[in-house]
Ligand binder design. Structure first.
Ligand code: SF4
Ligand SMILES: [Zn+2]
Length: 283
């Protein structure tokens, strides 16, 4: 039973990597590690399949939660013989993510993950590029993607979905490291089961700061729907993939990034979201 599941799961991930040509064996692939089951599984499998991987973790400085995750990831990478790079929020920004968040939230109504996500993406892309990464792998799974699809539909901004899918395609820019999601077709339950079978040293509790977010509401609602209509998450993701070429055609005929006028990092607008947030913080 255990061995069958492990084989099934690993084949599924391998098939995603092959079918979508996510990465070549020799390309340096930076894996964004958080200490959770998804990114740990991603790192483990890419290494197991013979890819050229290095880990990258942001120490967000969310108290004990960050400390435990950092310790686990360091230990795990050592065991696998994978180089690990650590970005420390205190060194990069002079304070923890919590401080940045509360400073912004005292001026604008933005939820924790909206702020943290923007800052993390900015840091990961910049560091992955500095490390000469050809791909940036994340642990996003099927549940995450189903949630993202619904969130963007509900917000009425289909153009945001251009970055969705097993890999970011259509963005050709030297400063942007393309993202890949090897666990794209694996459900949250499957990843948890695999991680437990493998006895990965990970925290299964959600991030203590993910409370009261739009994503968490959608997650709970989707879980309820899935109970009544099994397979609904697969359907959301597969139908989205079928529509993606049409969405790209309409919103992204020739997608070019511009550079933020403040930090010079890739951006869709004149000022990137990260710099907009920092501006709010110091306003
Ligand atoms: S769950 Fe939200 S607040 Fe926590 S690390 Fe992820 S993006 Fe940041
Ligand atoms: Zn910027």
């Amino acid at each position: 039973m255990r061995d069958n599941f492990i084989e099934y799961f690993e084949n599924k991930v391998k098939k995603t990597i092959d079918d979508y040509k996510l990465v070549n064996k020799k390309d340096r692939t930076i894996v964004a590690c958080s200490g959770g089951k998804d990114s740990t599984t991603t790192l483990y499998l890419l290494k197991k399949f013979g890819y050229n991987v290095e880990g990258l973790i942001i120490d967000l400085r969310i108290g004990e939660w960050s400390e435990k995750n950092l310790k686990n990831v360091k230990h795990f990478c050592e065991g696998l013989g994978v180089p690990l790079h650590v970005l420390d929020m205190r060194k990069e920004f002079g304070c923890s993510i919590c401080y940045i968040r509360s400073g912004i939230q005292s001026k604008e109504k933005l939820n924790n993950c909206a702020i943290c996500g923007v800052i993390k993406r900015w840091m990961l892309n910049k560091k992955a590029r500095t490390l000469k990464g050809v791909r940036l792998a994340t642990g996003h799974n099927l549940d995450d993607e189903a949630e993202t699809v619904l969130m963007t539909f509900f917000k009425g901004k289909p153009e945001i979905m251009l970055g969705a899918g097993p890999h970011t395609t259509g963005i050709m820019d030297d400063k942007f490291v393309p993202r890949i999601k090897p666990l794209y077709f694996c459900s949250n339950k499957e990843v948890a089961r695999y991680s437990k079978y493998r006895k990965f040293p990970v925290l299964y509790d959600p991030c203590p700061c993910s409370i009261g977010t739009y994503r968490r509401d959608i997650r709970m609602w989707l879980a309820e729907l899935e109970r009544h209509f099994p397979g609904i998450k697969d359907n959301i993701v597969n139908n989205f993939l079928a529509l993606l070429p049409a969405i790209k055609k309409k919103y992204n005929p020739d997608r070019k990034l511009r550079y933020c006028s403040v930090c010079e990092e890739p951006s869709r607008n004149e000022i990137c979201k990260r710099c907009e947030m920092i501006k709010i913080l110091f306003s």
